[in-house]
Design a binder for this molecule. Sequence first.
Ligand code: NAI
Ligand code: MG
Length: 382
Amino acid sequence: MSKRTIVTLPGDGIGKAVLDETLKVLNAAGFDAEYVEGDIGWEFWKSEGNPLPQRTIDLLEKHKIALFGAITSKPKDEAFEELAPELKEKNLIYSSPIVGLRQHFGLEICARPCKTYTGNPLNFIRRGIGDAVEEPEVDVVIFRQNTEGLYGGVEWSNPDDKVYDALMSHPKFKKNFGKVPNEKILRAAFDYAKKYAYKSVTLAEKPNVIRETSGMMYKMALQMQKNDYPEIELWNTNIDAQMMWLTKNPENYGVIVAGNMFGDIVSDGFAGLIGGLGFACSAQWSLDGVAVFEPTHGSAPKYADYETSIVNPIAMIESACMMLDFIEEKAIADKIRKAVAEVITEGKVRTYDMMKMRGTADVVKKGAASTKEMAEAIIAKL
Ligand code: NAI
Ligand code: MG
């Protein structure tokens, strides 16, 4: 078989550090690939006025699969300030390149697993009956519709008259307008539940209030479950109640499916139970085979300039494992996951977040592992 080519998109801030270490882990695990780096992020906004240059889109068009670190986004005024002087006259508007990638390639299915590692000191703990202390085992995968809804970019701060009139023709336009969700995200969630033997799919939306969009999603989910997945239970929760339930009984949930914004929120909620941003990974793909794998965290600019990188690379490494699953290199993915689990359970090597330290530059001196040392510990277990 010919070598695979993977597009790497390190982006900004800590994106590069976590991606570099992840590539070392992939190599050490025996994944034989060629990597081509794509330009993305704040630097390209500043120097070219475009954080997602066409040449990067072309690369992904060609190679289909990308590992993405993180990008920095800043508010409108700051974005303008930092533009190169010669670009300031050009009326350029910044928009997030990761949202741009999702929309350009139709990466509408986003999966975000949150799984407890035994021995992770950041695991969620609660009080049970008779004052017992319980550490529920979380194994949840959130399916987030990745391109529509409130994140669709269809918004106006000062709409022209035609738009305004059209919106006005809806009796409730001020609060409710948007696209009707399609069914692909539901199908992906049910398929995943079936493939990996989860017993339930939970729709976490708000059909009692957002009656047209959430309501339609629920109606479609009911139909789909009945026709195609009778062996899987369909649960329906309201997003607000779901945020409460996830701390009371997270072990009850399996696959969760939601629209763009609710999926974003509920996935961060579950991520908090399994250790937070240092552990939260994600995959996003289109139905025609383009896929981008990224940690849920951002570029953490506070830590970007430390001489020794201190952030946890596990979220990025786990995202790379999702990539390996996707391209049918499951054996290598499992090998890496096993090594990660061993390092966490053993508890000798821990990044600052796992030691509940503040992320100051001297954490390594105080006994925390650096990004590189964590990756090396994982490699040593392979
Ligand atoms: P962030 O995720 O970059 O950082 C928040 C905090 O989480 C950090 O200060 C740090 O304490 C912790 N953290 C993040 N990653 C960690 C890791 N690997 N290990 C240990 N601790 C970690 O979010 P923030 O500060 O809200 O945003 C910073 C920049 O990142 C912004 O410009 C934002 O727009 C961008 N961003 C980009 C995303 C992406 O590339 N997909 C996603 C989220 C934010
Ligand atoms: Mg988010």
